[in-house]
Design a binder for this molecule. Sequence first.
Ligand code: AMP
Length: 184
Amino acid sequence: MTRLIFLGPPGAGKGTQAKTLADEWNIPHISTGDILRQGLKDQTPLGVKAQSYMDKGELVPDELVQEMVQERLSQVDTKSGWILDGFPRTVNQAVFLEKLLRILNQNGEKVVNLDVPDETVIARLLERGRKDDSEEVIRRRLEVYRSETAPLIDFYSSRQTLVSINGNQSLEEVTAELKKVIAS
Ligand code: AMP
């Protein structure tokens, strides 16, 4: 049973790694960014509410994402495990998730931090060319990461084992390291 939380700055390669491992293990890859982007495309009330935040590189309000994650983790396919990518992103969200997993009886998660230097992150994001990957928005997303999301490293270090992996290697090398850590 694998329950995995991915931490790391935008552009660290969380999405790619999460997708690869989820496919291999046949468990859901739950990316809050993907769910929000789909909502935007379908113009759901949630997507419409989230758009202005996403366009600016700001975080969507906690309550909106939390409700979304609660709904997703309550679906039956999560019984076999999951990989969370892009959530939690604030200490508030992490506290919420801790309670939620207890209620859903889904504890025992592992937390992995993908460590990548700023220059690599910026280069990767510029290359990716997503709508919210303009230079100005990237800069804002990194600021938000530092102030809101990086504190989660301490949050999880003090609670359970948090494993840091050097994300500044090839895709394959990172995948191999992740598998080793998760198996241990
Ligand atoms: P991502 O695909 O993870 O880079 O997320 C893209 C955008 O979606 C972020 O810049 C935020 O605006 C929003 N978002 C995704 N996940 C969260 C979250 N857990 N909390 C708040 N906003 C989020």
